[in-house]
Design a protein around this ligand. Structure first.
Ligand SMILES: Nc1ncnc2c1ncn2[C@@H]1O[C@H](COP(=O)(O)OP(=O)(O)O)[C@@H](O)[C@H]1O
Ligand SMILES: [Mg+2]
Length: 580
């Protein structure tokens, strides 16, 4: 009826695979400890009827000793159960988190450009927390209370079946209440998860874009947006709690009704001489043992609903299709010679293709430049070459092999990419340089840094290359980040190098320096340069002018400048840009 809830819980159950033996062992312990209070109440009844009222001191002593012994054993078993179940629960939480992270790192860029970062973070934080809540105490509550409930009902019937039947009178209204709560709260708890994710998503986006928010005086508007989401989250939680506030007291009320009924019937039976007072006391005690777990179980039900809803959301990440994966039998790529071909490559992010039938052929060690207005499809082409996306039709081939037929890792290991907006990780500058080749020696790091001019950036700091960069490279200028990311690619010593506007934010003096480093950067490897500086694109063996996803002109710089055409028009702005 509600398939969603089932996928959530059954998936959670699958995570316990391999631990069913241990869970069964814990259940046995829990069953024994759950039976203890039931036996306890039988002993209390026995003390009253056969110890106190019969003036039997020996019976009294035996009963009291048994009572103490049983409860001590129950305490020991109870705490063992608690610990074991919590261990299993935390292991499951650990594995869910690990799987989430692992899956995220294998998803393609397409996924990350479609999902808000905060939405993804909410899956790993608040949703996993909801699971953790249930698995921590929830599993114990569930097992111990269910067993206590069964034991108490059984114990009541063994004690006196007539009183047992009387107590059952509250079952039908109890079932009705529970059905109602199940149905309404499922919707409510799913809503709560959606709302909290929206709050987290907005928060993450605002933090990332705070400078822009403040620069454009959008604080108030953002505040209002946040307030709305926060308010919606509050209301969703209040509604869920409102349901609980009706349901739990109702169950408690039913418990009282059952108790009154049992007391009344018991009193009649005692007057009739067919029941002893001690048995009635024990029956009332056992009835408490029925309703207290029932109460706790219904509270748990809310948590389980919440966890099931969380698991459904988590599943949506875990089930997100990995569209860029190794196909079965993908071959590892040996050392790449560097022939790069795009064979009639067409690609679309959505419905409209953004690159059409691209034909590119670069010989090993060759260098091509892509130029053109922004939005033309240059970065997209670079991403297709890096296999961040697969072409819709056509193929990207390296050394004659379709990239879809090779092991992605073996290809990327030989690929250097400097993206348009480079990202640095928290850690030292040297750590960031080593990102693509962690085993690089200090000398190699220093050498790469010097070749690109990162040494001059590092000289600004007391610690030099050991200066700690904050997440994303905050604390460095955009140009400095670009320098570091170019040196990072150089240090990785790739066979194919892609530079996507890698020098766009670098100031003139550094740029002149980099121009010199380009010889070394490009020598002996195939390279694709996307740039706006004429001096940079002149290096290319072939320049491709890209407009609206199509190559409209191609040739060497000298050839292209000799023709009247798009490149000449562009060259005027290129040179202009360089002078600015
Ligand atoms: N992740 C994306 N999702 C959807 N459309 C995109 C995405 N990235 C780029 N585009 C679109 O694809 C076209 C080409 O973009 P891009 O390759 O970045 O151009 P260029 O690098 O030449 O400026 C643009 O119209 C852009 O809006
Ligand atoms: Mg671009």
């Amino acid at each position: 009826m509600r398939p969603e809830k089932h996928t959530g819980l059954s998936r959670l159950w699958r995570y316990t695979a391999g631990r069913h033996g241990r869970i069964a062992a814990v259940m046995v312990l829990a069953a024994v400890s759950a039976a203890a209070p039931v036996v306890g109440w039988h002993l209390v009844g026995d003390v009253v009827d056969h110890g106190i009222r019969a003036h039997n001191q020996t019976r009294l002593a035996i009963d009291v000793l048994a009572y103490v012994g049983i409860n001590a054993a129950a305490w020991l078993l109870g705490s063992t159960t608690w610990l074991w179940l919590a261990r299993i629960g935390q292991q499951v939480v650990f594995e869910v988190r690990r799987d989430l992270f692992e899956h995220l790192t294998s998803l393609s860029l397409r996924y990350f450009s479609q999902q808000k970062a905060g939405w993804i973070i909410a899956r790993l934080t608040s949703d996993v927390d909801a699971l953790s809540d249930v698995l921590n105490q929830g599993l114990t509550t569930l097992v111990v209370n269910t067993l206590t409930l069964i034991a108490a009902i059984g114990g009541l019937f063994i004690l006196d079946w007539r009183l047992g039947l009387v107590a059952l009178c509250v079952t039908p209204p109890g079932i009705l209440c529970t059905r109602w709560f199940q149905q309404t709260s499922h919707v409510a708890f799913t809503d709560v998860r959606t709302r909290i994710a929206a709050v987290t998503a907005q928060l993450a986006e605002s933090v990332a874009g705070m400078a822009v928010v403040q620069a454009f005086n959008r604080e108030r508007a953002f505040q209002r947006e946040f307030d709305d989401l926060n308010e919606a989250n509050r209301l969703a939680n209040v509604y869920a709690q409102k349901l609980s506030s009706v349901f739990f007291p109702a169950i408690e009320l039913l418990g009282i009704v059952a108790q009154v009924a049992v007391l009344y019937a018991g009193a009649r039976l005692i007057s009739g001489g067919s029941l002893q007072i001690g048995t009635l006391i024990a029956a009332v005690g056992l009835l408490n043992l029925v309703f207290q777990p029932l109460q706790e179980l219904s509270e748990l039900y809310g948590q389980v609903q919440s966890a099931a809803a969380a698991m459904v959301k988590i599943s949506s990440v875990l089930d997100a299709e990995m569209d860029i994966t190794d196909k079965p039998g993908a071959r590892p790529m040996g050392r790449i010679d560097g022939r790069l071909q795009l064979d009639r490559v067409t690609f679309a992010y959505g419905a409209e293709p953004v690159v059409h039938e691209l034909e590119i052929d670069v010989p090993p060690g060759g260098c091509i430049a892509l130029v053109g207005e922004s939005g033309g499809g240059k970065s997209t082409t670079a991403k297709l070459i890096a296999r961040f996306y697969d072409p819709l039709t056509g193929a990207v081939r390296v050394d004659g092999t379709d990239l879809r037929d090779v092991e992605l890792r073996s290809y990327r290991r030989q690929l250097g990419v400097v993206l348009q907006d480079p990202f640095l990780f928290s850690g030292t500058i040297a750590d960031n340089l080593r990102f693509g080749r962690p085993e690089a020696t200090d000398d190699e790091v220093r050498d790469a840094a010097a070749a690109i001019g990162v040494d001059r950036v590092a000289a600004r700091f007391d610690e030099g290359l050991d200066h700690v960069v904050r997440e994303g490279g905050a604390g460095l200028s955009a140009g400095e980040r670009q320098l570091i990311s170019i040196a990072r690619a150089l240090l990785a010593d790739p066979r194919i190098l892609i530079l996507d506007e890698a020098t766009s934010n670098i100031d003139r003096p550094s740029e002149v320096l980099i121009e010199k480093a380009f010889d070394r950067l490009l020598s002996g490897r195939t390279s694709i340069i996307i740039a706006h500086r004429l001096a940079t694109v002149r290096r290319a063996d072939e320049i491709l002018v890209v407009e609206h996803g199509r190559i409209v002109q191609r040739g060497s710089a000298t050839q292209l400048l000799a023709q009247a055409g798009p490149f000449r028009r562009l060259a005027e702005t290129l040179t202009g840009a360089a002078a600015a």
